[in-house]
Design a protein around this ligand. Structure first.
Ligand code: PMP
Length: 418
């Protein structure tokens, strides 16, 4: 697919929720904004095709079913999956991971092991904790390097022949560090373990290639990939999904039901009980198609530039400390920081007063944040529409808070005050 030339300011104008808002939106790792094309697709669905899917005998139901089917195919193209039947629609990353814990987890025996890392979001930790206590499993953890990456040096000692699943984040929502997937997959293959990636923070940064990654399962959320809330994806290798039992049960996922028994459809519908999030799936399909039209090489260059500006600017502010790598290699534009003697909630509140949207707290990664010796931190996360002015508004507002000084400061090309 040919891509459009990239201009962040022009891209920002495609987002009605941002353009002319005066808002410096730096909370993209929590939820990104939706472009006009996605809003239009949602509106069109509600006006022209709103109906329930699958068993409809009328034209609207058929239109809705066709749109849902096309959305699934679009997700498969975004992921370079083997086919749309590998794409399960869920309600978000959290529901994808719980689905897998309940279904894949049902085949695990006491003493089996799951390998996680200390960088996991609670969504990729608590479901495995619950499963481990219910089935007598052992959870093992790869530790963190001092700069906030998964410590692959411990892979050989932590990945034992009892390991059945390696479940790790593809990109940390706190440190921004990108996981080096190849050694994980190679080591997991040696012991016959499956590999699951929590892609919630990687999927927003451009199309993926499940075949090249070589993993078995992948989860992500629509609201972080410029689509609606309430929709997510679990991708799984066809033969693995086929071997899993149902998760939720009820309508739409059955083949035949008697008063005392039921048989179930093949994947993906086996895992989609009830009316699916139809509008959400259609919006997500449109969002991923929109993402595929962008020049991600140019966006990456811009992201590296802004991340550098943010890291250098924070390094110049007295008492500010970044939780994560200070380089821009193998990390995304997710920058979490604390400031001596100022609570993260106060940092966020003060910056909100400057029109800067940040997030503060433990970021649903309490063990990780505590591993840095703090209870919470503020986080700025970039989107492809973020601009130098957004980063500078953050840095100026923060400096004002730290120094009690008023007024914007001129910054050089690196974001450092002149
Ligand atoms: N994993 C990671 C790494 C995340 O950043 C998030 C969202 N903060 C999730 C999982 C959960 O995503 P959701 O809330 O959309 O289910």
């Amino acid at each position: 697919m040919s891509c459009r030339s990239f201009d962040p300011a022009a891209l920002k104008r495609e987002f009605p929720g941002l353009a002319d808002s005066g808002l410096h939106y730096l909370d993209n790792a929590a939820t990104a904004q939706m472009p006009e094309t996605v809003l239009q697709a949602l509106y069109r669905f509600e006006i022209e095709a709103r109906a329930n899917v699958h068993e409809g005998a009328h034209r609207r139901a058929r239109a809705a079913t066709v749109a849902l089917t096309e959305a699934r195919s679009q997700v498969a193209r975004f992921l370079n999956a083997h086919g749309p039947d590998e794409v399960v629609f869920t309600y978000g990353t959290t529901s994808s991971l719980n689905l897998l814990a309940r279904t894949f987890g049902a085949s695990l025996d006491p003493g089996d092991e799951i390998l996680l890392s200390v960088l996991e979001h609670h969504s990729n930790l608590v479901p495995w904790q619950r499963l481990a206590s219910a089935r007598g499993l052992v959870l093992r953890f790869l530790p963190m390097t001092p700069d906030g990456r998964i410590d692959m040096g411990r892979l050989t000692s932590e990945l034992t022949p009892r390991c059945r699943l390696v479940a790790m984040t593809h990109c940390s929502n706190v440190t921004g560090a990108i996981t080096d997937v190849a050694p994980l997959v190679a080591a997991a293959r040696v012991v016959g373990a499956k590999v699951l990636l929590d892609g919630a923070q990687r999927a927003p940064h451009g199309p993926l290639d499940m075949r090249a990654l070589g993993v078995d399962f992948y989860a992500f959320s629509g609201h972080k990939t410029y689509g609606p809330t309430g929709i997510g994806v679990l991708w799984g290798r066809r033969e693995l999904l086929e071997a899993l039992p149902p998760f939720l049960t009820g309508g739409q996922m059955i083949e035949e039901v008697t008063l005392t028994s039921a048989t179930f459809r093949p994947p993906p519908r086996r895992f989609e009980a009830g009316t699916p999030p139809i509008a959400g799936a259609i919006g997500l399909g449109t969002a991923l198609g929109w993402m595929q039209s962008l020049d991600w090489r140019a966006i990456r260059k811009h992201e590296v530039h802004l991340t550098r500006r943010l890291l250098d600017g924070l390094a110049s502010i007295k008492g500010a400390r970044v939780l994560g790598p200070m380089d821009t290699e193998d990390r995304r534009g997710v920058v979490t920081f604390c400031v001596d003697a100022i609570a993260p909630t106060d940092v966020c509140r003060h910056l909100d007063g400057h029109g800067v949207a940040l997030r503060g707290g433990h970021h649903c990664a309490q063990p990780l944040v505590r591993a840095f010796g703090v209870e919470g931190a503020a986080r700025a996360s970039l989107g492809p529409y973020s601009l130098d002015g957004d980063v500078d508004a953050l840095l100026n507002g923060l400096e004002e808070l730290v120094q009690g000084r008023r007024g914007p400061k001129a910054r050089d090309g690196k974001g450092v005050p002149r």
